[in-house]
Design a protein. Structure first.
Lengths: 556, 163
């Protein structure tokens, strides 16, 4: 993984001192809250319902065991002994004190971490496929470009006061696990017909109150040109993105107003100008230098079949877990193991300090000192020997981290909602927990197959409800929480925005409604169809008819 | 408003002349883009040095043919969140090769000064209580930069290559 040199380290240290001075001026009253707000946000510090919240950057979702232990320490010492992994692969602490934040940042800097640009109207933490560098069929490790983009975007002097936040994601496979088409810029690593590797660039994707799938802008951008190309998009956005209305300020609004052709034309004009200056061209040596950091570990020469693994598959618990939580690795005899943070009845994405420490130990013992955070709020050991899997599974069971539900109906993406967030209209965590409990039966979950439920407690869509096979949106209707259902969304390579089913359900009705929806799928499905496929084949009507048939109250 | 130019307090060479107001008998003037465009010849003939003040939505591209005769481009920040001026300054320096003064006016913060300098601003209309010590401190907060900009500061990538 990437390691800081003296320059990266100095940058983060300088930022700690700079932020400490900003906090000092705020505490002395030299800065108003209105002036302090954008400054603290650029360092990931929010003021929420009950407390400050600190969002720690996990660049492209990669962490070392040392970093994980430091996060455990920080959560224990300065918070309530747990953290929350987000859909942007970051870790949030929900109860830090303002006066402690500079000290927390110092601890983070000790392990090459920070909170830089995890919020605010700037380029945010770059996200990538959680299986980067490990998964079979990958063209190139997306973290190489992600790190290059991280450096380019960090304290970019021109683009720190954009109309609105700006999120970039990178994927290196045909399968999209990074939801690139729901980002302001999504980058897919591709090969052209000459066999050269380059980048396909999408722009203008997003969720929120106006969800859009991104438009294809750059069919094939050469590697050396990518920063100039990104800078061109940002400059067009900085000039023309709307600043009069916060709800229309994201690039998605500009992009879909202009259309792909006109946006592409404007970007190309700017790109040609930026290329003339030449300073952003990426030399092959620089690409190679960064790529070297992400060279795969020295894998042992193993046979792809493992007797230990085969034997363990006879045990049902292990077989269930192996079916959903393992993904094919590019090296023979290895696999990728997803550690679900979605235990039945737990808060999706939460992890305790003790669990963080224990996972760090698993990394030492089985995982080449690497762990990944997925945008679906799980952890991933990217390189595990198949023969170690039975031992790993036993340890995960002891840690209560062995849920065999990756990609299944209980692997719910969920925002913190009204339990924490001052933007929320409704609680999302308790609803997610009730749905998990309703579908707790593992046989049933496996029978339903891949089924992605994503839930947000307000229209800002932090829980990606637009991209859920089933999406749930919490709304407030005269002080009462209601939940609207959407179906047909996907954040994967077949990206689509879900369709709203109709009026919402009360908190005591929503789980039954979801069950009726799921049962309808089971009746209608053909062959191996997922719920998403069935919906795409039969449309909304049969689902709607059954979901509303038994509704007792006319709801909002 | 006190003016900081090249890191020091400096006298202002320009008087801002609003729409409709008469030009002073002598000395430099600063005018809006509208006024500059309608009275360009008079300005260059009788009121040197000439400064043009751009609103945050005015792309300096419209000035590119006149830049050699314009002594200062002032760029307005109606509110510190409006970051368009960062692009204008950078384009003036890197695309149009502008060597004159680029002045930040309006609402910008101490915490934005280093970015403003990076994109090419060299003059700042500051608040009465602002000190040179504040300015110097703002310049010293970050020691390195990742990306090339208008200030010509060597980037981390270039420094790495030197080692």
């Amino acid at each position: 993984m990437y390691r800081y040199d003296e320059f990266d380290a100095a940058m983060v240290r300088d930022r700690v001192a700079q932020f400490a001075y900003q906090v000092e001026r705020r505490l002395k009253g030299e800065l108003t809250e209105d002036e302090f707000k954008p400054l603290r946000l650029k360092n990931g510090l929010y003021l929420q319902l009950h407390s400050y919240m600190l969002r720690i950057a996990v660049p492209y979702g990669t962490l070392s065991a040392r970093q994980l232990r430091k996060l455990a320490f920080i959560a224990r010492k300065y918070d309530r002994g747990y953290g929350h992994f987000t859909t942007r692969q970051n870790l949030q602490l929900h109860w830090p004190k303002l006066v402690d934040v500079p000290e927390i940042l110092g601890h983070l800097a000790d392990v090459e971490m920070h909170c830089i640009q995890t919020s605010g109207n700037c380029v945010r933490n770059v996200t990538a496929d959680q299986f980067a560098g490990a998964v079979a069929g990958e063209l190139e490790d997306p973290r190489i470009l992600s790190e290059i983009v991280r450096q380019w975007s960090t304290f970019h002097p021109e683009f720190n006061y954009l109309p609105r936040k700006f999120k970039i994601a990178v994927s290196g496979t045909k399968e999209d696990r990074a939801a690139v088409k729901f980002h302001d810029i999504g980058i897919e690593i591709v090969k052209n017909d000459k066999g050269e590797t380059g980048y396909r660039v999408f722009a203008g994707g997003g969720m929120g109150r106006t969800p859009y799938v991104a438009l294809l802008i750059g069919q094939f951008v050469a590697k050396e040109d990518i920063l100039a190309y990104l800078e061109a998009i940002l400059r067009v956005y900085n000039e023309y993105g709307r600043r009069d209305n916060i709800h229309k300020a994201r690039i998605k609004i500009l992009a879909h107003h202009l259309g792909a052709d006109e946006l592409r034309r404007q970007v190309e004009v700017e790109f040609a100008e930026i290329k003339k200056a030449g300073t952003l061209q990426l030399p092959a040596e620089e690409l190679a230098r960064i790529a070297a950091y992400f060279a795969p570990p020295a894998f042992e020469a193993l046979s792809d079949s493992s007797p230990e693994f085969e034997a363990a598959l006879k045990e049902k618990d292990f077989a269930n877990w192996a079916k959903t939580n393992l993904t094919a690795h590019k090296a023979p005899g290895y696999t990728i193991a997803t550690i679900s943070l979605k235990n039945i009845g737990a808060t999706p994405g939460d992890i305790s300090s003790d669990q963080l420490d224990a996972v760090a130990q698993l990394m030492d013992d089985f995982g080449y000192d690497e762990i990944r955070v997925s945008h679906e709020q799980n952890l991933v050991l990217p390189h595990v020997r198949k023969k170690d899997l039975p031992k790993l599974f036993a340890r995960l069971k002891e840690l209560n981290l062995a849920s065999a539900n990756a990609g299944l109906i209980t692997d719910i993406i969920c925002c913190p909602g009204l339990d924490y967030c001052d933007l929320a209209n409704a609680r999302s965590i308790p609803i997610a927990q009730k749905i998990q409990e309703r579908f707790a039966d593992l046989e049933r979950q496996h029978d339903l197959g891949e089924l992605k439920i994503k839930m947000s407690g307000c229209i800002n869509a932090c829980g990606h409800h637009h991209a859920g096979h089933i999406g749930i949106l919490g709304v407030d209707k005269k002080g009462v929480e209601f939940y609207q259902i959407q179906i047909g969304g996907s954040g994967a390579e077949d990206a689509s925005v879900g369709e709203i089913m109709g009026p919402g359900f009360g908190k005591d009705e929503i789980v039954d409604a979801i069950e009726r929806l799921v049962d309808t799928y089971v009746k209608l499905r053909e062959g191996n169809e997922r719920l998403l496929d069935t919906y795409r084949r039969v449309g909304m009507t049969p689902f709607k008819n059954s979901v509303y048939r038994e509704q007792l109250h006319a709801a909002y | 408003m006190p003016l900081i130019k090249d890191g020091k307090f400096a006298p202002d060479r320009f008087v801002f002349v609003p729409e409709g107001a008469a030009f002073p008998e002598e000395g430099g003037v600063m005018v809006t883009l509208d006024r500059f465009q309608s009275e360009r010849d008079t300005l260059f003939a009788h009121h040197q040095p000439v400064a043009v003040r751009l609103a945050s939505n005015e792309n300096p591209d419209v000035l590119k043919n006149d830049l050699p005769r314009i002594a200062c481009v002032a760029i307005e920040f109606p509110v510190f969140r409006d970051g368009r001026g960062f692009s204008w300054a950078r384009m003036l320096r890197t695309r149009f090769g502008y060597k004159g003064e680029i002045r930040a006016v309006g609402h910008f913060l101490y915490d934005q000064l280093a970015f403003l300098v990076r994109v090419g601003f060299d003059a700042f209309d500051v608040r009465q209580d602002f000190t040179i010590e504040d300015f110097t401190r703002a310049m010293g907060e970050m020691h390195y930069v990742y990306q090339p900009s208008a200030d010509g500061v060597r980037t981390i990538r270039e420094l790495r290559a030197d080692k």
